[in-house]
Design a protein around this ligand. Structure first.
Ligand code: GCU
Length: 510
């Protein structure tokens, strides 16, 4: 990029009049360049670096509980900015919740611009498949975002939707962030394959007549064969001694599921911010400090997926959940918080930027999320809280107007299941399980104010202690369970299904 182009970009990101610059080269920016641009727009000269995840590194993350809570007091979810206590549900919906939403949008996850283009869903394939013993209808869909304003940027959201074929009515459904592939594509029976092969041979011979001799020599040879497929592979546990895969459990319980592909909505890197749905909405320009990051973009994509499901008569759209693990656990929590049409969420190992407190200093830090590898998940403004030297001075996590307990509270009174595994099996300490539990505890009062049940433990988050591993707190709409597996939510899925079934009045009908 030329220096002039860079200067133009800086002027743009700084909020200069849009018409003054038309940064052509933006699509070619690296994450480092884009990050640098955002720092300048914010007046940040120096960021504190994030700690290392490697425990033997000299700058490793803090893993000492004694020093993990430098800012013990959280902003009160039920106190208005003017200091008044929130005592009624009406006050929450009309006054406090909008304040919290505004703070999260401006400072943490960014806003979805009003100009975000519409998405048009198209069913590409409808397939009748078998999942183990259960017949299902599997659909492959593409959600095309209108890119007439910038045809150079294409956004085609990939989603698969799978429902039991013989359900007696619309089914609850869990939408998961992940690769959208059909589970077990149906293949033609022998007689159709024979016809296909006859034509294929004919075409090959037309193309090269010497092939006739080859086919004559091997008269039983068929060029097109069935892909090896084991319909029961679908039921195989993913870990030795483990439960069947999440998808198999859902289908067996009479649920449907969907996979929505985050990468088809927004790339998982800073270089992609001028493309994907964020880039398309900005017509290829870099983000403004309060524009959305990838987490909010993925959440927006999930909401567009829900638009489609609302029009699908096979789906009980009032009972659609959102699920994700790790960075997609963060995305699932952001989705549930911002999109009230999602009825429930399974939030897997979400860590910083997800369920754990920004104010905690245990494992991953605000400074990690502000670095070039992860800042694209967040709004640009989030970088301020890792600034060591800036025109506004210095800020830390303690300066954030909100914290993650309030993100969880935005989900209330809907079904919110916070899930973790254990470090010994690979659900890294980096994720800060304890800090996530504290945040979940601190969200309880909002659930209760809205007539739902919390975890059933004391509201004092200051020294809240996680229940033992494999002991779920599953009596309320806000639930917690740390399983004894690794960086996955699979071992909690059977608990999730049973818990959700109880609240939505669903049961498996076979
Ligand atoms: C990194 C990152 C986490 C994230 C995780 C993942 O560890 O620091 O915030 O959750 O990757 O998504 O796998």
């Amino acid at each position: 990029m030329t220096r002039i182009a860079l200067a133009a970009l800086i002027a743009f990101a700084a909020g200069a009049q849009a018409q003054a610059v038309a940064p052509q080269a933006s699509a070619a920016m690296t994450a480092e360049q884009d990050h640098d641009l955002m720092m300048r727009a914010l007046g940040i000269r120096k960021l504190r670096p994030g700690p290392s995840g490697n425990e033997s590194a000299p700058n490793h993350a803090n893993y000492d509980e004694a020093t993990a809570t430098p800012y013990p007091n959280l902003p009160d979810a039920l106190t208005l900015r003017n200091g008044q206590r929130v005592t009624t549900a009406e006050q929450w919906w009309k006054e406090r919740r909008p304040e919290i939403v505004e703070d999260f949008e401006r400072e943490v996850y960014g806003r979805v611009p009003k100009t975000v283009p519409a998405v048009h869903w198209q069913v590409v394939v409808t397939d009748r498949e078998m999942l183990g013993f259960t017949p299902v209808v599997a659909k492959q869909l593409v959600g095309h975002a209108d890119n007439s304003a910038d045809p150079a940027i294409a956004v085609d959201i990939k989603m698969t939707v799978v429902v039991p074929a013989n359900a007696r009515g619309p089914v609850p459904l869990l939408m998961m962030f992940g690769r959208a592939a059909l589970p077990a594509p149906a293949q033609p029976p022998e007689e159709d394959l024979a016809r296909i092969n006859a034509v294929v041979k004919q075409i090959l011979i037309e193309k090269d007549s010497s092939l006739r001799a080859v086919f004559d020599r091997y008269p039983a040879y068929e060029p097109v064969t069935r892909a090896a497929q084991n319909p029961f592979a679908f039921l195989q546990p993913q870990t030795p001694g483990g439960d069947p895969p999440t998808t198999a459990q859902l289908i067996a319980d009479g649920w449907g599921y969907a996979y929505i592909d985050p990468a088809s909505i927004q790339a998982d890197n800073g270089a992609g911010l001028t493309r994907g749905i964020i880039g398309l909405t900005n017509l290829g320009h870099p983000r403004k400090p309060d524009d959305w990051g990838a987490l909010r973009a993925w959440a927006w994509g999930a909401a567009r997926g829900l638009d489609y499901l609302e029009a699908d008569p096979a789906v009980d759209a009032k009972h659609v959940g959102i699920e994700g693990v790790s960075r997609y656990g963060k995305a699932a929590l952001v989705t549930l918080a911002f999109e009230p049409r999602f009825a429930m969420g399974l939030i897997g190992s979400s860590g910083k930027g997800g369920a754990t407190l920004h104010r905690r200093n245990f494992g991953e830090a605000v400074e990690s999320l502000a670095g070039t590898g992860e800042y694209h998940w967040m709004a640009g403004n989030y970088l301020k809280y890792a600034a060591d030297d800036a025109t506004f001075g210095r800020k830390t996590a303690a300066d954030l107007p909100v914290d993650s307990h309030e993100l969880i509270a935005l989900c209330a009174p809907r079904l919110t299941f916070i899930s973790y595994g254990i470090p010994e099996k690979g659900d890294a300490k980096w994720l800060d399980h304890e800090g996530s539990f504290m945040a979940t505890v601190a969200a309880q009062p909002v659930f209760r104010l809205l007539g739902a049940k919390g975890l059933g433990v004391s509201d004092d988050y200051h020294d809240a202690k996680m229940p033992p591993v494999n002991v779920g707190l599953l009596d309320g709409q806000l639930a917690w369970r740390q399983h004894d597996g690794g960086h996955t939510d699979a071992p909690n899925v059977k608990y999730f299904i049973k818990w959700a079934d109880g609240f939505i009045g669903h049961s498996a009908r076979r």
